[in-house]
Each structure stands twice: as C-alpha cells, then as structure tokens.
Design a protein around this ligand. Structure first.
Ligand code: SF4
Length: 289
C-alpha cells in the first residue's frame, strides 16, 4: 500500500522544512491532489522561524491549493478554562518576533511559581517544553476543537533519520497520547537526496540552507550552526540572549550562553580560516525538517 495514503483522521505536521513539504506533496498526490476531509495540515508558529520558512509554507498552500492552518500559542497562566490556548493566524498576521515563544515561557514561569514554588526554567533536554507546548499541545487542542478524539499524527521523518524514527515509535509504544505518530516518508525509504531532487524540480523552494530552518537559533542546533547564523544576521541573537537574561536561566548548561555565542561569532568573523568542525555535533530536533 502507498504509505502516503491516509486511512483515518490525521494531523499533518508542516514544519516549514523541505522534508515535511515533500511529504505533504506525496500525501496530496496519493489522494488525487486534495487532502481527505479528515486530514488537516498544521503549521505551529513559534515566532522564531525565519521569514523564508513562512514564505515557503505560504507558497505550498498557494501552489498546491492546500489549506495549511497556521496557529500560535496565546495562553496566559491562570486564565479561565474556556480561554483559548492558541489562535489561528496566517502569513500576514503570523508573529515574527518570538511573541508566542515568550508567552509560553511566561506561562510556564507563572505555572512553576504558583504550583511548585520553583523559579523559571528555559527549554532543555530534560524539559523540552517549547516543542511540547508550542507545537504538540496546540496541535492537539485544535484537533479536539475539530471534534476528534483519536487521530494519526503524520510527521516528516526520512529513512535516513532512524534515530528520530525510533524515538517516535517508542513514544507510540508507550501509548501516552491520543494519537500515533506515523512517518510515511520513512516507510517509503525517502532520503535527503530524494527530497532535494524533488525540490529541484519545483517552481519554488525554501530559499535557504535547511540548517537555518525551525527556530532560527534553536538551542538544539550545534554551536557551529548557531555561530554561522549569528554571523549572517547578528540581530538574530537578541531574542535568545535577552530571554536568557530576562529569565535568569540558560538554554544549555553544556556550552556558552547566547551572549557569549554572539561574542564568539563576532571574534570568529575576523578570522578567515576558523575550523568549525569541532563545534558541529548536532542534536536532532523533534520539531522536524
Ligand atoms: S525548533 Fe527548537 S527552539 Fe523551536 S520549538 Fe523546536 S525545539 Fe524548541
């Protein structure tokens, strides 16, 4: 059976990367160019994605005639139950300065203080609350708002990403969620080169290196990627270093904070032969490509 054929209610994760875009196309193709009525494509905007990502998602919707729902976290801690957790936005109205991300961090800070009497914390490897709240939770809220109790979560993971696939399958086996993650591109044996070949044939593309995808300076990216991004756009570090200073915490304990990374980027920009290789250990991001 074609792995891109959906068999029931489905939430299709569109992260704004080439892999999930390719997956969306293959799903459309498998269904004669239109999503089945029980399938819903979502993009959960953190406000820290680069403009190229937003343009790319908008182009997919327009070129392929597919509805991609854009949503953003908008919850304040202590609001009544009926207050919304997310709002629907579009290309024009989407946040571009980290507003949903900041709101979620404020929510989490207030929650920890009120219910645990603990200080603020930023996303980290033992508490990945940015993916959990900004992506997973509001996606689930929207599926429930559409009337679903159970559904499949369709995630863009390729065959050459076995560790990410294995983590998804382990989560399925634990059965904590009301959905199973399904990875049709993994099942179809799609690798990075297949995705690149697909986009080379399209009239539009992401328009930047995939390394710059997801949140621009995501704390899971390796140091070399962060330094390159900061060198290209020094203003990109302002939100990240400001967030660390404001909450009195760091995203990563195992390397310099964002302020120091900015300094490092500036210093290294003055050196023409700096070897980035030793900084290039990357951590796979659950938010997907
Ligand atoms: S891309 Fe990184 S920073 Fe952004 S939501 Fe995902 S894990 Fe968090």
């Amino acid at each position: 059976m074609n792995p891109y054929l959906l068999t029931g209610p489905a939430q299709i994760g569109v992260s704004g990367g080439r892999t999930s875009g390719h997956m969306l196309w293959k799903i459309l193709e498998a269904h004669g160019g239109k999503l089945p009525k029980d399938a819903h494509a979502f993009f959960q905007n953190t406000g820290k994605e680069r403009e190229e990502t937003l343009v790319f998602i908008d182009a997919m919707a327009k070129h392929w005639g597919v509805n991609i729902v854009w949503m953003e976290w908008c919850r304040v801690y202590g609001q009544p139950d009926e207050a919304p957790w997310y709002k629907i936005v579009d290309f024009e109205t989407a946040s571009r300065n980290g507003e949903p991300f900041t709101m979620m961090l404020e929510y989490y800070e207030a929650y920890r203080k009120a219910e645990k009497n603990l200080p603020a914390v930023l996303p980290n490897f033992s508490n990945n609350m940015c993916t959990a709240y900004l992506k997973v939770k509001i996606g689930e809220k929207h599926m429930r708002a559409l009337g679903y109790d159970e559904w499949d979560c369709i995630v863009g993971i390729r065959y050459d990403e076995p560790r990410r696939y294995s983590r998804m399958m382990t989560a399925n086996e634990r059965g904590n969620a009301r959905w199973d993650s399904v990875c049709p591109s993994y099942v179809a044996g799609i690798i990075k080169e297949d995705v690149a070949a697909f986009w080379a044939e399209q009239p539009f593309d992401l328009g930047m290196d995939s390394d710059y995808g997801n949140c621009d300076l995501c704390w899971k990216k390796n140091e070399a990627k962060l330094i390159r991004t900061i060198q290209e756009d020094p203003s990109s570090v302002i939100w990240w270093s400001g967030t660390e200073e404001r909450f009195g915490q760091v995203f990563r304990q195992d390397r310099p904070n964002y302020r120091a990374l900015a300094w490092s980027a500036d210093q290294r920009a003055r050196q023409t032969d700096f070897d980035f290789d030793y900084l290039a250990e990357d951590i796979g991001c659950f938010c997907g490509d």
